[in-house]
Design a protein. Structure first.
Lengths: 176, 172
């Protein structure tokens, strides 16, 4: 009984410390997306560089592809961009940009200056498609499979480690 | 004197040339984000119908803004919150119910956006823990009181004798 009196508070304390310690390493910005495993939302957007050409969800079926949400006003996109430019050289999968709440001119200038890793960028001026994809912190990256199902989402800037250790193996698996 | 004035003019010119260049360079994110926000037509900032506006604020007051996570979508000035308020206005104008609005939000951002999360497997601990803790505390309290009420008087420390207690008999 004497031992219990000492052990119970100690155990409770240890459990609390465990929770807090875990909490220190969680990123509150990384909210698990309910879209993973669900079909990608419908979209029909014009190309950033060719306003007369529209790309729809159905056009993308049959291939594993990456949707990278970016904007010329986005700070973190600048950090991410060189990694994406390098990654595009591997030609591991088609990379499409979603130019989120941007204007055509600065966006095109941004790509001309920093390199264009995208097969095409979809121009989402009012951000409605971004909302349908549950975008809340640009940059965000989605991997979408041949059936049009979202298989992976990365919130925040991609790093060479994420591209190498998570994205590439997933793409290989999805391409079978 | 004329030299100084010329120098000042040159300095001002140089500044005028540098400042916009800087603005276009580093803080372009903040600057262009702001431009985009203010480009929205003024009519979009509130619904024409005050009843819709009130219902919109009521619903978004219970939704979490994902950009500044401790604010509601109703309160937040984040760009995304402005867009989502407009989205909710349009949904209400089309006659959709608050439940449909909440379903729209959770389909995109998960239960995380709800300040009142639904009771399900992963939130059971969250909802039930306060009641369980209260029950444990009440049982512990009852046990302690019962045990102490059965103890004889000599098990308790005597009440401290206070200096200014008139019953203590000792002059202060």
């Amino acid at each position: 009984m004497k031992v219990l009196k000492f052990l119970i508070p100690l155990t409770v304390f240890a459990v609390l410390v465990g929770f807090f310690a875990k909490g220190l390493y969680l990123d509150p910005r990384e909210v698990p997306s309910p879209l993973i495993g669900k079909p990608a939302p419908e979209f029909a957007l014009t190309r950033l560089d060719q306003p007369e050409q529209t790309i729809r969800r159905a056009d993308m079926l049959g291939k594993v592809w990456m949707l990278n949400v970016w904007a010329s006003w986005c700070e973190a996109c600048r950090d991410e961009h060189p990694f994406l430019v390098d990654f595009a050289k591997l030609k591991a999968l088609p990379i499409y940009g979603l130019d989120y709440k941007d204007q055509r001119e600065p966006a095109q200038g941004w790509l001309a200056e920093r390199g264009n890793p995208y097969d095409a960028s979809l121009f989402d001026a009012n951000g409605r498609v971004g909302i349908d994809f549950g975008v809340y912190g640009v940059p965000e990256t989605f991997i979408i499979d041949k059936q049009g199902v979202i298989r992976y989402k990365k919130i925040g800037a991609l790093t060479p480690e994420v591209l190498r250790d998570t994205v590439l193996p997933l793409v290989r698996k999805l391409n079978g | 004197m004329a030299d100084a004035r010329r120098l000042l003019a040159a300095a001002l010119l140089a500044l005028a040339a540098v400042v916009p260049a800087r603005a276009a360079d580093a803080p372009a994110s903040a600057a262009s984000a702001a431009t985009i926000k203010f480009e929205a037509p003024a009519a979009h900032l509130t619904a024409a119908d005050p009843a819709i506006e009130a219902r919109m604020l009521e619903i978004t007051g219970e939704l979490r803004c994902l950009v500044c996570q401790n604010q509601t979508i109703a309160d937040s000035h984040a760009d995304l919150a402005v867009d989502l308020r407009q989205q909710v206005r349009e949904m209400l104008q089309k006659g959709q119910t608050p439940d449909q609005v909440r379903a729209y939000m959770t389909a995109r951002y998960g239960d995380f956006v709800l300040y009142r999360p639904p009771l399900n497997g992963s939130t059971a601990v969250l909802w039930l823990a306060p009641a369980v803790l209260l029950a444990v505390a009440l049982v512990a309290l009852a046990l302690v009181i019962r045990r102490r009420s059965q103890l004889p008087d000599d098990q308790f420390e005597p009440d401290p004798v206070l200096d200014d207690d008139p019953r203590s008999g000792t002059p202060a």
